[in-house]
Design a protein around this ligand. Sequence first.
Ligand SMILES: [Zn+2]
Ligand SMILES: [Zn+2]
Length: 426
Amino acid sequence: MGRPKKLTPTVEKAPPRLPGAMDLLPEHLVSWDVCLEKLQTLSHTFGFSKIETPIMEDARLYSFWSQGTDQLLTFTDQKNTLIAVKPTNIFGLARCYLEYHFADREKVSKWFYHSPVAWMNSAGETKQTMEFGFQIFGQTAPIADAQLINLLLKLFSELGMPNLSLEINNIGCIECQPAYQDQLRNYFKDKKYDLCEESLDDFENNRLLQILACTNLSCSTVASEAPVIIDFLCENCRRHFIGVLEGLDELGLAYNLNQKVIGKPWSKRTVFEIRMRTEAGEWLLGSGGHADDLIQGLGGLPTPALGFSTTLDKILSALEAANLKFSTKNKVDVFLVPLGDLAAKKTLRLFTELWNHNIVASEFIGPGSIKTQLKLAESNKVAIALIIGQKEAREGTVILRDVRSGMQELFTYERIIEEVKKRLGR
Ligand SMILES: [Zn+2]
Ligand SMILES: [Zn+2]
């Protein structure tokens, strides 16, 4: 026999997760699963179908995408095509809409998704998370905006999130935004020295709406006197926006007109954010709005696009801030208590047989004395325990114990299922 052999590790120590990456542990996923369940149910009620696009696409698809100093995660494949990991879902969805000619198939395509996204942040860390959201392509009346917001407020309030608020704005379209941007440029030109470094950079690079969104106190003070976009909207934008607000009124949904809400770099027209207030502060639950130039920007016909997206980390931190915890534990009908190895083996068969009769049995893996097991059954409010000791295992019998009264009876394997069903009233 000799000395036992020792394995040499392949790596000295398993490397930790990458900075910026996140593991989703069972305790996180319980809440996430509850979210997804609600998401699926509401999506179907509101007529959205689920869609999934690949994690990687030709990098040219993301030409519209820019998020400050964040960068795409890219690599070149063997055919020399630059490939990028999707940083957000909307572009893949737009490609799908075009590639499969959805415009010829239906007037409106209404989709929901939850899918991983990744990018590189300014610190050079790979950020990865799950994004979920809704996307509508095609002819949409302003009531579609109101209805989408209605769905979202329902989703978050059903999750138990308190003090929800809707911040809404209209940032204009390709027709009316340029004139407004000119006004903003003139306005900020004289006030450059009151702007924070980042906003000054935005000014120099013509990202003028970005200055309005800056939360720096000095920038906010300057921005509060700035020209207001509402005064510059073209007739189409104005009519659409009034339609959205009227729809919200009709649904009895309160909103705040908020100039600081400017959407994404690819946003146009109506943009909005849903926020939650707790004692600890304000939480952004996600943002949405129109991206009406997107399909045309990717070579398609002019097509309105309306959507909302948020990420797993935003939702999880909001749930934590609101002190909301979920549990998806299955209701157990009977508790299995095997004593010893042979009994454990027999319990495997019993578990399966119970399962075949739609009776949910507890997990029985792991050690524990009969006393602790029965205590566990009691605390889980399980009325029936099935005990198999060594003797029972050999003789093919099972002890049925009424957990509350402590009364015990012996049954054969053949009879036990019927007896359990009878006691469960099935
Ligand atoms: Zn316009
Ligand atoms: Zn600023």
